[in-house]
Design a binder for this molecule. Sequence first.
Ligand SMILES: [Zn+2]
Ligand SMILES: [Zn+2]
Length: 389
Amino acid sequence: MMPAFWKRGLQGSLVIFPLLTTTAFAATITIINNDGPNEGFNDPTPVTPVDGNPGTTLGEQRLNAAQAAADAWGAVLKSDVEIRISMTFDDLYCSSTGATLGQAGPTTVHRDFSNAPLNNTWYVQALANSLAGTDLEPAYADISAQFNSALDSDPTCLGGMSWWYGIDSSAPTGMVDFYPVLLHEIAHGLGFMTLVDTSNGSKFYNYDDAFMVHLEDHSQGMNWPDMTDAGRQASATDTGDLHWTGTNALGNASLLTDGISGGHIKMYAPSALELGSSVSHWDLSITPDEVMEAYATAEAHDLITFRLMQDIGWNISGPSMGMGVCDGSNVNYSGPDIAASEIVICDLDDGTFSNTTVFGDLTIRASNHVGFMDTFSVAGTLSVQMTSP
Ligand SMILES: [Zn+2]
Ligand SMILES: [Zn+2]
């Protein structure tokens, strides 16, 4: 079993728009609030409930958003073992122009456990537990995550931007969406990251990890496990040539309109190494934007991220989180096709859907009018929820 204790900061970034929550859970993900009395997730400051978040204190709203994001991942992934995430709010780096919004990682990693898909390969605890069918390290939460309290407490942080704790709608101007940052950081803790030390290319205690076995350097013509430390170190900054080759993610690559090269999906490899960001994110060129890009974007999708989770070993119950396939007050949605088993909830005043195939279920929430052209088809269940305008 060889647990190794490991934690590293991974930086999420600025504004992305949350669009939906899902409600069927195939894995139970529990938030462990590790903040002290009257701070962080226990902050008693009274607040007004916001969209999708009925909390009446700052701490309650933070916890509600965290549990909603945990539930969204719990609907995507299958595990018979409870996934536990230790969370705190702390003063992290923030200047007037940039901030660490959150950071998260696995608390332990494991190899050569019962049912491990690959021998001699590290798996993060939550994934290892799900594969082994038992908690391999019950003394430790699976994931540790920290979020930046400075946004709410320091008026100079990001020029005065503060967190938005709404779950069903995106942040007003001047606020930063917490929910998609949660989705992003939890994904890192669930294994969307390499354990390779990208500063020197060395493997973690000389073993491969479940993420890096799917990395390829296209110009070197080699996969990461077979490369030297120096080769991996060079690959981490080989912009455009560091690729994901996992078959599940590649199976959805046709949904992308940019970010593909040589039949593979580009990973983030800026020419100047960014520790904790390089390699462990999708490239910024991925279009439509994905939730696991290195920098958050206005509209974050999950067309390939949940498939990457499958590549590293997760059993997927589907649906994906389907973020951002459509949004806005008046939408005329016309392609791209929507991935299999995807749920999309759109808050629309008025929408028209055409020229699109949805391979799984589709849920649309609208307040006024939704039109479907006969060029629009849904293979699964179509559900339209009308809400009060
Ligand atoms: Zn990240
Ligand atoms: Zn390639």
